[in-house]
Design a protein around this ligand. Structure first.
Ligand SMILES: [Ca+2]
Length: 518
């Protein structure tokens, strides 16, 4: 080989090897897409994400008698229902960052709703673009504070600042600000824009749509046509709602108390933070500092959810009309759960089931058999690797999730994960919930509250699905507690999670106990 040619080859090799380092030093990491996975025809994907929709408030589950969600029910009936889908942090921004990056919160570092998303993060739609997809984002982004500007990975972008509003939203559409009037309802607007964009797509490229609703985040506001629809619905009070009741607690009389007679209630070993949170912004005795009451809150949530259900129906109807409904995969998922009175709490953040568990449905007749029930535990971290595998893109090495495509196809999977991990980092704005780490298997959940003098928790989920019998002091359960504790800290150590990210605090306290103090 001539010397000059060899030099050129060596130079090209040096550039190839060091270009990623150069780009990383600039803050943006290169998106490396390897050769397509063999035999994969990239599939059209629609990913619909709702906000704070808990896992069981859907018509087909029967949890809320009278609640009607025909379109979510249809997804479950014609596709797959993941009965054990979880988020690794039950909070808007951290969970959204985990969905987009396939990473835990302590890895992507968006540990709360105020933390900016570092420029070095890679979002899975960036890989889809490289693989030839047309990609579009509609709705709530919520990472990086108040900035509605376009983010990497999307050919088309429509978003709003922070949480957004239900009525008359202002959107940033590809960098341009557009204000909507005349009682425009955000769920309907985003859905219509997503469908309009789909209509404009040519069939020579696969598409990916990320439809990210504001609903059903509080303060709940239903579409006008849904207001009052559940005025007379029978409200369900969970069995654990009354475990922390005190003499001054409001009497909840409008709804029906769940029958807890078959469970053992251990009222002695309830964490102190749970008792205290009952009378706080996020507790049933002093919800939003007394600005709303539980029964009204419950009704508004259900009515707001109807707009989400209709959105799913409109997307499915469009796909059918366009002849795309057999081959396109439609996902529906919640970004975190929501307590409605369990343990005397409302909201998410904590590690109880109703907070960390989310609805996850997927429909694609060409891929998924009707009425598929998936029992294995899947995570928000798995969304990115799953969608990338369907696009023929090999999982990038920084992603910590696993593709659940084989589970959807009904293929035998012998080595699926048998435990999941959970993390939540204390926020100054909502100080009633401590930092906590959790490990959950199909049978047990072990939760450590970090940085507070309080009792930790161990539940046998098979005997005690509502987590009302804390076994942390049980002699016979000491070996399992010890084992889970070790696995929890091994996970944190192995994934570099031992450095708890601290955030500076710049304002006075705002909770009702210490308001106005530094
Ligand atoms: Ca949320």
């Amino acid at each position: 080989m001539p010397v000059l040619q060899l030099k050129r080859i060596l130079l090209a090799l040096v550039v190839f090897l060091y270009l990623p380092l150069f780009l990383a030093a600039q803050g943006a990491k290169p998106v490396i897409v390897h050769a397509p996975l063999p035999g994969v025809k990239p599939r059209n994907v629609i990913y619909i994400l709702s906000d704070d929709h808990r896992y069981d408030f859907m018509g087909f589950t029967g949890k809320v008698p009278g609640l009607q969600t025909p379109n979510l029910d249809r997804l479950a009936k014609e596709g797959a229902h993941f009965e054990n889908a979880f988020v690794t942090t039950a909070l808007c921004s951290p969970s959204r960052a985990s969905i987009l990056t396939g990473q835990y919160a302590h890895t992507h570092t968006v540990v709360d709703n105020a933390a900016p998303a570092p420029a070095s993060l890679l979002f899975f739609p960036q890989y889809l673009q490289k693989a030839g997809y047309q990609t579009a984002f509609f709705g709530k982004w919520h990472m990086g504070g108040d900035n509605p500007d376009p983010r990497p990975g999307f050919n088309h972008w429509e978003s709003f600042r922070g949480q957004g509003v239900y009525y008359n939203p202002t959107l940033n559409i590809n960098g341009k600000t557009v204000a909507y009037k005349d009682s425009t309802y955000v769920t309907e607007l985003l859905t219509q824009h997503a469908i309009d964009w789909l209509k404009g797509q040519k069939k020579d490229k696969p598409f990916f749509v990320y439809l990210s609703h504001k609903a059903v985040h509080s303060e709940f506001m239903p579409a006008r046509q849904d207001k009052g629809r559940y005025k007379n619905i029978q409200i369900q009070y969970p069995a654990s709602m009354f475990m922390t009741e005190t003499a001054t607690s409001p009497k909840f009389t409008k709804g029906k108390r769940a029958d807890g007679s078959q469970y053992t209630f251990n009222t002695k070993d309830i964490p102190n933070w749970v008792r205290a949170q009952r009378h706080s912004w996020h507790g049933v005795d002093y919800m939003y500092h007394g600005q709303t009451d539980f029964d009204r809150f419950y009704q508004d949530y259900l009515e707001t959810l109807l707009g989400i259900d209709r959105s799913v129906g409109q997307v499915l109807a469009y796909l059918q009309e366009a002849g795309l409904d057999k081959e396109t995969i439609v996902f529906y998922m919640g970004d975190n759960g929501f307590s409605f009175g369990e343990h005397g709490l409302i909201d998410k953040r904590h590690a109880y089931e109703e907070s960390m568990k989310v609805p996850l449905l997927a429909r694609c007749p060409a891929l998924i058999k009707p009425n598929t029930k998936i029992k294995q535990m899947v995570l928000n971290l798995d969304i990115a690797p799953t969608i990338l595998e369907m696009a023929g893109v090999k999982k990038p090495t920084q992603m910590q999730g696993v593709s659940f495509l084989p589970l959807m196809k009904g293929q035998p999977v012998s080595n699926w994960r048998d435990k999941i991990f959970y993390e939540y980092y204390w926020e100054n704005a909502f100080p009633q919930t401590p930092t906590m780490f959790s490990i959950r298997t199909d049978q047990y959940k072990f939760t450590r509250s970090q940085g507070v003098w309080d009792i930790d928790e161990l539940y046998d989920l098979q005997k005690d699905p509502y987590e009302v019998n804390n076994l942390i002091r049980s002699t016979e359960h000491q070996p399992i507690a010890q084992k889970l504790n070790k696995e929890l800290w091994d996970w944190l150590e192995q994934t570099k999670g031992l450095q708890i990210p601290l955030k500076p605090i710049n304002g006075k306290k705002n909770d009702h106990l210490y308001k106005g103090t530094w």
